[in-house]
Design a protein around this ligand. Structure first.
Ligand SMILES: NC(=O)C1=CN([C@@H]2O[C@H](COP(=O)(O)OP(=O)(O)OC[C@H]3O[C@@H](n4cnc5c(N)ncnc54)[C@H](O)[C@@H]3O)[C@@H](O)[C@H]2O)C=CC1
Ligand SMILES: O=C([O-])CC(=O)C(=O)O
Length: 266
């Protein structure tokens, strides 16, 4: 029985994974009612895809964020960018929609994080941080709760994935180099859509300014390897996740949505 309504913001590659999960029956508790993307055609394509595979289904693509908010979906899934999350999140939460987001980088801003937290609480709505291209938030949170802990985040990636950033130059095609060292707040400032994972790990542990982050470019490397280390004097955890593509992030949204309605929750 479909008892939750769903809307999507950002209809790109990862949204397609969620749409496919809807049409293949992996999200039986959800009815997709609206889609919105910067390019209307993309919102329309996802809506058509679900409408065509479910006779009687009505998902409406919209041209503005205001139109999407007006639908008052129970859950808005954000797969656009941290800037998009900043733009609509407070309005959505006030309007009664909870959010599932991949663009966790927006929450590196402590003031914005606090506004989101209080707005969600006041309006009985929630923000679910999907595990994206990493995982292990449970053990990160648990170790951090136990007391004084430290955390580090290391990413290895190929130079091509840095091509549209300020750190890129052709020498990265032949030389291994650490292109960024600092904390998660600095990392998301330098790479505004690429290191949501570092901010997510920081929020689950020591905070955006207190996690030690390094990003290394390796010639010929395909995909991303993320290694997180969190420890206190009682417990250590190491989490390593390799993704050949970012598909795992789209699937993590499917997993989060399933958990929201599941009788047994991981
Ligand atoms: N937490 C994680 O592990 C990961 C998070 N992400 C986040 O997910 C986002 C989406 O990833 P993909 O689907 O691969 O990207 P994509 O580029 O294929 O799709 C994003 C879509 O959102 C639209 N969009 C961007 N800004 C918008 C805005 N302000 N309002 C409305 N639509 C907007 C774009 O036009 C595009 O169609 C990334 O930008 C990133 O923030 C991506 C990969 C991993
Ligand atoms: O897919 C990845 O490995 C990480 C990523 O794009 C993000 O954190 O935004």
């Amino acid at each position: 029985m479909k008892n939750k309504t769903l809307a999507i913001v950002g209809c790109g590659k990862l949204a397609q994974i969620v749409a496919d999960a809807l049409t293949s029956g992996l999200l039986p508790d959800y009815q997709l009612i609206g889609t919105y993307s910067r390019t209307f055609d993309k919102a329309e394509a996802i809506a058509q895809h679900v409408n065509q595979s479910n006779p009687g289904y009505t998902c409406t693509p919209v041209r503005t964020m205001e139109d999407l908010l007006a639908m008052k979906a129970d859950y808005i899934v954000e797969m656009a960018s941290p800037a998009a999350l900043r733009d609509f999140a407070l309005d959505a939460l006030q309007n009664g929609s909870s959010i599932v987001t991949l663009s966790i980088g927006a929450l590196a801003d402590a003031q914005f994080y606090e506004k989101i937290r209080t707005t969600a609480r006041e309006n009985n709505t929630r923000v679910h941080l999907a595990s994206g291209s990493i995982g292990g938030f449970d053990v990160m949170r648990t170790i951090s709760l136990m007391g004084d802990s430290s955390a580090s985040f290391r990413t290895e990636k190929g130079p091509d994935s840095l091509k549209d950033t300020s750190v890129y130059n052709e020498s990265l095609q032949t030389e291994q180099r650490t292109v960024m060292e600092g904390n998660a707040a600095e990392a998301i400032e330098l790479f505004p859509t690429k290191v949501n994972v570092a901010v997510a790990a920081s929020l689950a542990t020591t905070g955006p300014k207190n996690i030690d982050v390094a990003i290394t470019s390796i010639p010929g490397f395909v995909g991303d390897t993320h290694r997180i280390h969190v420890e206190n004097d009682q417990a250590h955890a190491r989490i390593e996740v390799y993704g050949k593509t970012s598909d795992i992030a789209g699937w993590s949204v499917v997993n989060t949505l399933r958990n929201i309605t599941a009788p047994i929750v991981f």
